[in-house]
Ligand binder design. Structure first.
Ligand SMILES: Nc1nc2c(ncn2[C@@H]2O[C@H](COP(=O)(O)OP(=O)(O)OP(=O)(O)O)[C@@H](O)[C@H]2O)c(=O)[nH]1
Ligand SMILES: [Mg+2]
Length: 324
């Protein structure tokens, strides 16, 4: 008997799939080795420059005004950023530019309006810690790594033992051009976990800025949940980025994404509405869709969700065997 349980993570780009896999690495393997830490350290440092570049572009687009004294700093930043400054190393001059620009009210206003352009939601956490990150001996901790985004291309797998089972979790790239690779993974999957970043209801797709992110996610879920490979299988639906959703929902109306939503800035009503939208597309009324709300960057939260997923899946595995 082969005791392998295959789980496939699906969802649009930036929904949190790889973050869940990183949590598995922390919870069920031995965390991140030195090589991985260095890879993320470099990504985090490069991201700092990228974030300032994106914010300066947004300042221009939104017609915001930098402080007079910071105009020259912005020019220096742009020069350094486009020059042959060694990648992955932040020079003193560069750090000064990043820290000064990030404290400029125009960049802060641009960041508040980040739903109008493409920048990760947690860019502020890294920008606030520029001095620490630029230090010679800086090694990112688990939380730094969980928060750092590197879009997935291709397919990644992680396998680990829990009791008598080998779990293999398959992580795919969620952006549109990655999705044609998904089909090769569908066979032998016992469980589909579909991840939705529900805070993205007022954001546009990275790949196509005319498309609302949550609408895209709902469309993709509808397609996957009725796919011939999965339509008879139970499925876990993760409403992820709950922390960001709770923060946002009191300020931005869900009505902008779903015009038939009329309950205003209420977290519970909005959540219930989104839940109904996602429960509706499944054409098989017998199969179960288990819904969990998650914050994938929170290790304890993912640990407890995985605990209940384990119960469901192990039972399904046993049921399947009894049919053999
Ligand atoms: N605040 C917060 N950030 C999250 C949460 N889940 C994921 N993130 C962040 O969201 C970003 C995107 O997460 P990823 O795990 O890379 O998303 P993905 O689904 O693998 O994206 P692709 O590889 O492009 O398909 C990362 O910076 C994560 O740290 C969450 O629940 N809360
Ligand atoms: Mg990924």
């Amino acid at each position: 008997m082969k005791n392998e349980i295959k789980v496939l993570l699906l969802g649009t780009g930036e929904s949190g799939k790889t973050t869940v896999v990183k949590q598995m690495q922390i919870l069920y393997k031995d965390g991140f080795n030195k090589k991985t830490q260095i890879l993320f350290r470099d990504a985090i440092r490069n991201n700092l420059k990228k974030f300032i570049e994106l914010l300066l572009e947004a300042v221009d687009r939104l017609e915001l005004k930098l402080k007079k004294s910071n105009k020259i700093i912005a020019e220096t930043f742009t020069q350094l950023n486009s020059s042959s400054e060694q990648e992955n190393i932040l020079s003193k001059k560069m750090v000064h530019c990043i820290v000064t620009l990030w404290s400029d009210p125009a960049l802060k206003t641009a960041y508040k309006n980040r739903f109008t352009f493409q920048i990760p939601d947690n860019a502020n956490v890294y920008l606030d810690n520029t001095l620490e990150i630029s230090k010679h001996g800086y090694i990112p901790n688990n939380q730094d790594i969980l928060g750092c985004r590197i879009p997935t291309t291709g397919i990644n797998e992680i396998s680990f033992h829990v009791k008598n089972f080998i779990w293999t979790i398959i992580d795919v790239g969620g952006q549109r051009n990655e999705r044609r690779k998904w089909i090769h993974q569908f066979e032998e999957v016992l469980l589909l976990i579909f991840i939705v970043a529900i805070n993205e209801y007022n954001q546009r797709l990275f790949e196509d800025e005319t498309v609302n992110r949550l609408q895209e996610s709902l469309k993709l879920f509808t397609k996957m949940v009725n796919n011939e490979y999965f339509r008879h299988k139970n499925c876990i639906l993760l409403f992820n980025k709950m922390d960001l959703f709770e923060e946002k929902i009191s300020k931005y109306d869900l009505n902008g994404c779903f015009p038939d939503y009329k309950s205003g800035l209420d977290c519970d009503d909005a959540l219930l509405f989104i839940t109904k939208k996602f429960k509706k597309p499944s054409k098989n009324s017998k199969r179960k869709i288990y819904l969990h709300k998650s914050c994938a960057t929170n290790t304890q939260n993912i640990k407890s969700i995985f605990y209940s997923v384990k119960e469901i899946v192990t039972q399904e595995f046993i049921n399947q065997l009894s049919f053999l």
